[in-house]
Ligand binder design. Structure first.
Ligand code: ADP
Ligand code: MG
Length: 504
């Protein structure tokens, strides 16, 4: 299927070409014909699947361009409002359509002027309701879109939305998009949509295959060490670390800053200006790590986030989907990494089932392993770099007093100090141990009474790891060696042995 199949007008085809879109995404292929035919629609697809164009293109195709607001798009956050209106502006400008963005925290008058000149408005629920109730604006849109409906409900906008619809004309085409379909959304859909068609991007399509999902099992007290080690190892360009609570965001931000990372915290209650400034710094690469709560990261759309870290696993599957959807955007590859304690393994299994995905369990690389990877990188860098003239000068000066091999050793020592891997050698559980825990988790389910089963297994697993410290590292080094290949010689060294001995 191509965009030509929709028989769009020339101005719109031009805009699609300008945007660099060559082929409709699955949700676009399914939704566009239905919208063109005039149906109400309920569309379920994960973030990053191209929903904006899925509703934007057919609406723009159908718009007359007459004076007045013909299309209204309601989105949960100010960032999304700006993003969606940017995208709609791109599609509409060749047809001479004007777009206005409507959100709280800015003066009314200019916004009202813009609305009065616009053909399309993109609004957040709070400000839109204000404007409608105070009769500052009156609109009569033929097309109404509720975008990211589940997020709007999560943010508590249900009443605003219901109220807004009382100001809208009965004669209209209504489209609703949501990444997930909880019951409340279905109830709302029944209220505002008329005999809607539905488009669901199936589970296998929905799980963005550009995102690799991995979990690591660690003890609660090891989370900071694990995070640092993984960042050291994966060396992300840009990453987002998700926490459950604001308090944790603050603590982790100070901690990561102290470790020398360029970090910014994103709070739900941040001033809008400050929030935008922070997001801009992240987009520009001035900040490399974002630390955020679920609420704060709503609608965050940065295309080159390479990694999402879940410092804690989120409570529910929907948050998980939203969180990991911040990476692997716009066709890029992404990794979603979740730290779990042994007790949270069941949550992993539940989320996998809900989302229709599989996360793979991996073992946190040892200090040795990260060090060898860094040494390898350094060696390859050394063999590829061009020698500068100032470097030649420096070596010439040094050569007066020191022989060339010693100079090389000294310089290598200086460089290696910079890439020194910190922290304890082994963090988290080994793969054998995780396997055993997963087996045990399966048995919990089979047990006849939840409470009793839980208590017993927990005690047993604790006793196990305390009592058999040797088993644990033994299991791990075994795993490593079998998979390790050429690293084996380095890893096999004295460190492990002495660690076991000192513990034992
Ligand atoms: P969603 O609303 O589903 O999260 P968006 O509409 O924001 O997704 O689209 C995500 C990104 O993909 C945007 O940068 C958008 O420009 C791009 N995109 C959308 N459709 C296509 C397409 N058919 N071809 C290429 N890129 C696309
Ligand atoms: Mg969207």
């Amino acid at each position: 299927m191509t965009f030509q199949d929709f028989n769009f007008k020339d101005t719109l085809n031009q805009a699609i070409t300008d945007a660099g879109f060559t082929e409709p995404s699955p949700v676009q292929a399914d939704a566009i014909p239905l919208i063109l035919e005039g149906h109400d629609l309920i569309g379920q697809a994960q973030t990053g699947t191209g929903k904006t164009a899925a509703f934007g293109l057919p609406i723009i195709q159908k718009m007359t361009g007459n004076k007045g607001v013909e299309a209204l798009v309601i989105v949960p956050t100010r960032e999304l409002a700006m993003q969606v209106s940017d995208e709609l502006f791109r599609f509409g400008k060749t047809a001479g359509l004007k777009t206005a963005t409507v959100y709280g925290g800015t003066p009314y008058n200019r916004q009202i002027d813009r609305i009065n000149q616009a053909n399309i408005i993109v609004a957040t629920p709070g400000r839109l309701q204000d404007l409608l109730m105070s009769k500052k604006i009156k609109i009569n849109p033929s097309f109404v879109v509720l975008d990211e409906a589940d997020e709007m409900l999560d943010m508590g906008f249900l009443d605003e939305i219901k109220n807004i619809f009382t100001f809208l004309p009965e004669e209209r085409q209504t489209l609703m998009f949501s990444a997930t379909m909880p019951k409340q959304i279905k109830i709302l859909a029944e209220k505002i949509l008329k005999t809607p068609k539905s488009v669901t991007i199936t589970k296998s399509e929905r799980t963005n295959t550009d995102i690799t999902q991995i979990f690591y099992v660690v003890a609660d007290y090891e989370r900071d060490d694990a995070l640092l080690r993984l960042i050291d190892y994966k060396n992300p360009d840009k990453c987002i670390i998700f926490c459950r609570m604001k308090k944790e965001v603050d603590r982790l931000s100070s901690y990561m800053t102290a470790q020398g990372f360029k970090v910014a915290a994103l709070h739900g209650d941040m001033e809008q200006k400050q929030r935008e400034h922070t997001i801009r710094s992240f987009k520009q690469g001035l900040v490399e790590i974002f630390i955020a709560t679920d609420v704060a990261a709503r609608g965050l759309d940065v295309n080159d986030v390479s990694h999402v870290f879940n410092y804690h696993i989120p409570f529910d599957s929907e948050s998980y989907v939203h969180r990991i959807g911040r990476t692997g955007r716009a066709g890029n590859k992404g990794e979603a990494i979740t730290l779990v304690s042994p007790n949270e393994l069941r949550t992993i299994k539940r989320i996998e089932k809900d989302v229709g995905t599989v996360m793979s369990s991996e073992v946190i690389p040892t200090r040795q392993e990260v060090q060898s990877r860094k040494d390898d990188d350094l060696l390859s860098k050394i063999s590829n770099i061009k020698v500068s003239s100032s470097a030649k000068e420096m070596v010439k000066t040094l050569q007066h007093d020191i022989d060339i091999v010693t100079i090389a050793h000294l310089l290598a020592t200086i460089v290696q100090e910079d890439i020194d891997v910190k922290g304890k050698d082994i963090i988290g559980l080994g793969s054998e141990e995780v396997k055993a825990l997963i087996e045990r988790a399966k048995n919990w389910k089979g047990g006849n009474r939840n409470g009793g089963g839980r208590g017993r297994s927990r005690n047993r697993s604790r006793g196990g790891s305390r009592g058999h410290g040797g088993d644990r590292s033994g299991g791990r080094s075994g795993d490593r060696r079998s998979g390790g290949g050429n690293r084996g010689s380095r890893n096999g060294g004295g460190n492990r042995g002495s660690r076991n001995r000192s513990e034992g």
